[in-house]
Write a protein that binds this ligand. Structure first.
Ligand SMILES: [Mg+2]
Length: 358
């Protein structure tokens, strides 16, 4: 595909309330919106690292540099994206925009091009850490009115079993899971043994990302499936984790693995290994979330996605229509491409910086 033009807009949208996990908190969502012009069509992508070290080492600033200095000039000069220096989060902005263009060229919705057949996907609620457990319970109650199909709570060392117990006491036998964002080590195995008694769907990323062998050891002690997220950055990571038995469930994040092509490879590897799969977010703004929902339409994505309605996290979103959840489900667009328009007035309103070539 011959790429004629790329423009980047760094946007910042306030969150409705701060989002806190074991590694930190954010109150604004940064994203780099990537517009790619090629062969007479326009595709949209999002490079969506979280600010600070909330999720990983990539930041809005590091992705901006990768995109302006290496990736955008490189692909316009005709070099394959794979051959260029840049992080997975940065590459995702361009790679996913190219899939949008390809879907438009073929006249099919993005999820169809990816191989998905579902007309709608199940959405799960994720809630952050709160100082006061009563606030956590109130947040779950407030958001569950949209009918989300499961609840994921964040945990951290010292704030784990009591949170699970409180949610079980308040909401009974709802589909419930925890996400530690890698806050624990094997020394804390007893915490997971204790939480093993609560019938949870999964323990997401109990140990640090690099602790794949240790994760296998932890899984061998537990009935509850271990789900890996941060650990699965590369295809080699996924192969190693599968071969060691380090997980029973995989969280696929498009941003973390560098775009749809790698996400589809991870999906195929996990399916071949008989693992369950679901699609995570951090969350991204509307472009990234719409992409996540499209990926979640693939067979084998048998747990609800983290993609939620736009206004669950953000005071506003840059896509039109906003992403909405009805009865816990997100409907797949039926028009060619991504199926969501990017609102130029909102790009202006939330703009921090712009860059374009040529
Ligand atoms: Mg996670």
């Amino acid at each position: 595909m011959t790429i004629d033009h790329i423009s980047l807009t760094h946007v910042r949208v306030p969150l409705g309330e701060p989002f806190r996990i074991s590694s930190g908190a954010v109150s604004e969502k940064d994203a780099i919106v990537v517009e790619v012009g090629a062969e007479g069509l326009t595709g949209w992508g999002e490079s969506s690292p979280m600010a600070g070290s909330f999720y990983g080492p990539d930041t809005p600033e590091s992705c901006w540099r990768d995109l302006c200095e290496s990736l955008a000039p490189g692909v316009i000069a005709g070099h394959p994206l794979d051959s260029l220096a840049g992080s997975n989060f940065a590459k995702t902005g361009i790679e996913t925009a190219l899939w949008d263009i390809r879907a438009q060229q073929q006249g099919v919705p993005l999820h169809t091009l990816l191989g998905g057949t579902a007309a709608e996907v199940d959405s799960g609620l994720a809630v952050g850490l709160y100082d006061d457990t009563a606030d956590l319970l109130r947040a779950i109650e407030r958001h569950m009115r949209e009918g989300y199909k499961r609840v994921k709570i964040k945990i951290e060392r010292g704030r784990d079993v009591e949170l699970v117990r409180a949610v079980r006491r308040e909401f009974g036998n709802i589909p419930l899971m925890t996400d530690a964002n890698g806050d624990y080590t094997l020394e804390h195995a007893d915490v997971f043994r204790e939480m093993d008694e609560f019938g949870l769907l999964m323990f997401e990323q109990p140990l640090k990302g690099h602790m794949i062998a240790e994760s296998a050891e932890l899984q061998s002690m537990l009935r509850t499936p271990v789900c890996l997220d941060e650990s699965l950055e590369s295809i080699a990571d996924v192969e190693r984790a599968i071969s060691l038995g380090a997980l029973r469930i995989a969280n696929i994040k498009i941003q973390r693995v560098g775009g749809f092509a790698n996400a589809l490879k991870v999906h195929a590897l996990c399916r071949a290994a008989g693992l369950s799969i679901w699609v995570g977010t951090m969350p991204e703004l509307g472009i990234g979330c719409a992409q996540g929902a499209a990926l979640a339409a693939l067979d084998g994505c048998n747990y609800p996605t983290d993609v939620e309605s736009s206004l669950r996290w953000f005071t506003d979103d840059i896509v039109d229509p906003l992403i909405t959840v009805h009865d816990g489900r997100i409907a797949m667009p039926t028009v060619p491409g991504l199926g969501y328009r990017v609102d130029p007035a909102k790009l202006d309103r939330y703009r921090v910086a712009v860059w374009e070539m040529p």
